[in-house]
Design a protein around this ligand. Structure first.
Ligand code: FAD
Ligand code: NAP
Length: 313
């Protein structure tokens, strides 16, 4: 790839969505260029065992799964660029992408697959026990807490959904919320409050996650009204205080929803700008799984190909 070359498909992001988009685009003869950003492989690079990605009878380590996806994308002809897309100009086609290094490329179509990041509490003990009892994904890690006691932090739909889901595995779930009322939707609130395995901890903020070499052993929480502290004996703490989709590079040129996710047309990966498609967590406030990201990556590559075949209408 040289400066100012026009590529057919620029795939921004190298997670399950980006690699899958690239695999489909390359096999369709659309020579994709993946710009991999600061986290090649994406979110799964920080997880040890994935048990829910089809095709692996035994749990597969996240880095191994992503190395395989990358190798597959390269084998079928994708090009990978180690750079960050700092900004895009989507006002006219071909679109212009400017990298952190200062390089630029032009692209007939763009697939945005930049993912989303869980919001964290940003307390030192959280960082210390990430992957050893601290998680931001119940669907991913709930299975490891069979018969154990866990806490979920948050009061929105994600926290309500995570707490409810975790009762399938854990013997007890504390839902720790900083106010006296959940902001989750009515039906989710009703489900949480009716679930005998969930104990609400109202007006409680996280103070410290406690543990030892084996991982998390407790969670100290505080009442912000009185400063009074208590310790919950738990084996896991799930942080569910929201996600932040990675859309800064777009500079407001694509329509986003109220939570910051790229809006796509129903049943499609088309965005508000013709020729720009979005796949994976960056456009998905609901599922945020590797397999759904891969699925929408496939859709985006097929839709980008069709868009060019039809003359970019
Ligand atoms: P991501 O994987 O987030 O990848 C985003 C990519 O975009 C990265 O390569 C990044 O470098 C790149 N990028 C971002 N900004 C830029 C930019 N400006 N320029 C260029 N590139 C950029 N899901 C499961 O299905 N099963 C599991 O067991 C599971 N476990 C998980 C465990 C953990 C700890 C976490 C955090 C998540 C887990 N998930 C799991 C969720 C899963 O990781 C995500 O749903 C999935 O990775 C989303 O894929 P994605 O391709 O949309 O984005
Ligand atoms: P959210 O609605 O922003 O809720 C975040 C929650 O975390 C809030 O209750 C907030 O408390 C709490 N919080 C934030 N920072 C905190 C901190 N530092 N310490 C302690 N608590 C903190 O996020 P979300 O639940 O991820 O939902 C995001 C969007 O996706 C919403 O629109 C939601 O409806 C949607 N969603 C929908 C579904 C579904 O329909 N099934 C599922 C998941 C998400 P306060 O309430 O006090 O602000």
């Amino acid at each position: 790839m040289s400066a100012n070359e026009t590529v057919r498909i620029a795939v921004v992001g190298a997670g399950p969505a980006g690699y899958t988009a690239a695999i489909y685009a390359a096999r369709a003869g659309n020579a994709p260029t993946i710009i991999e950003g600061l986290a090649p492989g994406g979110q799964l690079m920080i997880t040890t065992e994935i048990e829910n990605f089809p095709g692996f009878e035994d749990p597969v380590p996240g880095p191994e799964l992503m190395a395989r996806m990358r190798a597959q994308a390269l084998r079928v002809g994708a090009e990978v660029v180690s750079d960050v897309v700092e900004s895009v100009d989507l006002r006219s086609r071909p679109f212009r992408l400017t990298f952190g290094s200062g390089a630029e490329i032009l692209a007939e179509t763009v697939i945005v697959a930049t993912g989303a990041e869980a919001r964290w509490l940003n307390i030192p003990s959280e960082e210390k026990f990430k992957g050893r009892g601290v998680s931001a994904c119940a669907t991913c890690d709930g299975f490891f807490f069979r018969g154990k006691i866990v806490a979920v932090v948050g009061g929105g739909d994600t926290a309500a959904e995570e707490a409810t889901y975790l009762t399938n595995h854990a013997s007890k779930v504390y839902l720790v919320h900083r106010r006296g009322e959940l902001r989750a939707s009515k039906i989710m609130v009703e489900r949480v409050l009716a679930n005998p395995k969930i104990e609400m901890k109202w007006f409680r903020t996280p103070d410290e996650i406690l543990g030892d070499d084996s991982g998390v052993t407790g969670f100290r929480i505080a009442d912000p009204r009185t400063g009074e502290k208590e310790e919950l004996a738990v084996d896991g703490v799930f942080i569910a205080i929201g996600h932040r989709p990675n859309t800064e590079l777009l500079g407001g040129q694509l329509a986003l929803d109220a939570a910051g996710y790229i809006v796509t047309q129903p049943g499609s990966t088309r965005t508000s700008v013709p020729g720009v498609f979005a796949a994976g967590d960056v456009q998905d406030p609901h599922f945020r799984q590797a397999v759904t990201s891969a699925g929408t990556g496939c859709m985006a590559a097929l839709e980008a190909g069709k868009f060019m075949e039809e003359g970019g209408a």
